[in-house]
Design a protein around this ligand. Structure first.
Ligand code: HEM
Length: 477
């Protein structure tokens, strides 16, 4: 027998096909509560889309630790043999919620690990670096990626104007414009924590860490022409591929690796290890195997579990923490603020965001407080009743900053925006370089000459061949 349909108040509904009217031709009656409730709910079906990374696809899976890294961290989630349920949401950055998937854009790689010690969110990208290194520049950068306020179209002029005035973007621009700029599927790309984070051991000592997730499916990419053909037929190509792979039991996997720097090494590194526009060269800071994760379950309801999912770099667990990286510091504050606006004050009470471990706060009330805290005399802190209290064992060691002997940017290589992109350029074979040149030339369509020239001068500082290659590609356009 089918269940009986009700209003939200649980009252049985007699007719869900016809509105209640005075005569056969109308007018309608005010007392048709079901009609009014139905229309009112329709008006409230959308929540604001994410201000960036609005188009995304998600899945659930399991992280498994296969190597012992306990000498670096006490985090339970990173101990040998521990398996932790997780959620991942992949995204493109610039497009709106209905944007086509196969676009040249950075891909978001946001992970939520439901650990025994609370949620650990690692909100990364498919690139190890970023366009800017100071959060002051982030909103302006994003404006250049979104629509022009007058034309309501994306503006290549704005993009290249900003990039050509921000040489720190060269590394990420080179990656974005390379063959890796359009992953073939979400399964065929790596993920990176990108920032420098830290690990804390059971003696409360800190080392710095970069997180890497290498696709076990292999890197596969699309050319602009391939992607155009895909988009012409299918705007949901990434969503479809991920959903269908998991549905058919073809579970994608990533290998989890880290790089480590001690506090001492951060002082000696020939570059600022907390600069998000720079990688840590693998030869100097070798990869250490940690484990793997597998995605094995599609969401049952996209809105509830993916649209309402809320990832935040502020969610760290004992044994994993932040670093002085200015971008990361700003992100620790920005995401929870975004969620309170986009989803609501108690967004972490929603099932997809709720930690598996116990949550004990003194935050009171507010719209949509979904739980029912038991009546208690301990509704403030400190109190002499049995309310939860702080535990000093979780106080982290301080960062070494000004006054402690050195500044993280004391040898800030602010002029060296070129050596790491140069190393990347030199790694590319002839075909990859040609792709890079033509991708840039195509992306520069309609950009005024003075801006193009300023960007070419930056490419020239990386390698004269980079600038000439792009110039030639431009002249062939
Ligand atoms: C200061 C720099 C940054 C700020 C202020 C910032 C801010 C934001 C905000 C407000 C959102 C929307 C959150 C939401 O409504 O759910 C977002 C999404 C996102 N950001 Fe950032 N962001 C910054 C840099 C970065 C960097 C460097 C990365 C990667 C390394 C990154 C990765 C992501 C991802 C993956 C998402 C989508 C998360 C999801 O799938 O829900 N962001 N960012």
């Amino acid at each position: 027998m089918k269940k009986r349909m009700t209003t939200t108040g649980g009252n049985p509904i007699g007719d869900n096909q016809n509105s209640l009217s005075a005569g056969a031709r109308g007018p309608l009656l005010m007392q048709d509560y079901q009609l009014i409730e139905k229309l009112a709910h329709q008006n409230r079906e959308r929540i604001p889309e994410r201000v960036v990374h609005a188009k995304g696809s998600g899945a659930f899976g399991t992280l498994k630790i296969t190597h012992d890294i306990s000498k670096y961290t006490k985090a339970n989630v990173l101990q040998l043999g521990v398996e932790t349920p997780m959620l991942i949401r992949f995204s493109t950055v610039a497009g709106e919620r209905g944007a086509a998937d196969a676009e040249r854009d950075v891909r978001g790689f946001a992970m939520k690990f439901y650990t025994k010690e609370g949620n650990w969110d690692l909100v990364g990208n498919n690139t190890p670096v970023f366009f800017v290194k100071d959060p002051m520049k982030f909103p302006d950068f994003i404006h250049t990626q979104k629509r022009h306020p007058r034309t309501n179209m994306r503006s290549t002029t704005a993009m290249w104007d900003f990039w050509s005035l921000s040489p720190e973007s060269l590394h990420q621009v080179t990656i974005l414009m390379s063959d890796r700029g359009i992953p073939k599927t979400l399964r065929n790309m790596n993920g990176y924590g990108s920032h420098t984070y830290s690990l804390i051991d059971d003696k409360n000592e800190r080392v710095y860490v970069k997180f890497h997730f290498k696709t076990a499916q292999g890197i596969e990419t699309m050319s602009n022409a391939d992607a155009e053909a895909v988009v012409a037929k299918d705007r949901e190509s990434s969503q479809r591929d991920l959903y269908e792979s998991i549905e058919s039991g073809n579970f994608p996997k990533w290998n989890f690796q880290i790089q480590i720097m001690t506090e001492e090494q951060t002082k000696e590194a020939p570059f600022n290890p907390f600069d998000l526009t720079k990688i840590w060269p693998h030869a100097d800071y070798p990869m250490i195997e940690v484990g793997e994760f597998e995605l094995n379950r599609n969401p049952q309801n996209y809105f509830a579990e993916i649209e309402q999912s809320a990832f935040s770099p502020s969610n760290v667990v004992p044994g994993i923490s932040w670093s002085p990286d200015k971008m990361l510091q700003a992100r620790v504050l920005s995401y929870a603020d975004a969620h309170r606006y986009r989803i609501g004050t108690h967004y972490e009470m929603l099932p997809v965001n709720r930690p598996l471990s116990e949550v004990n706060t003194y935050h009171a009330d507010g719209p949509m407080r979904l739980d029912e805290p038991k009546g208690s005399d301990a509704y403030y802190e400190p109190n002499s009743f049995d309310g939860p209290e702080e535990d000093k064992q979780y106080v982290e060691p301080p960062f070494a900053i000004d006054g402690d002997g050195y500044r993280y940017d004391h040898r800030e290589d602010s002029d060296d925006y070129y050596s790491q992109p140069r190393a990347l350029f030199n790694l590319m074979n002839g075909y990859q370089k040609q792709q890079l040149f033509s991708n840039i030339a195509e992306a520069m369509g309609g950009v005024p000459k003075n801006i193009v020239d300023r960007q070419l001068a930056l490419f020239k500082k990386i390698d004269p061949g980079y600038a000439t290659g792009v110039s030639k590609a431009l002249s062939m356009q």
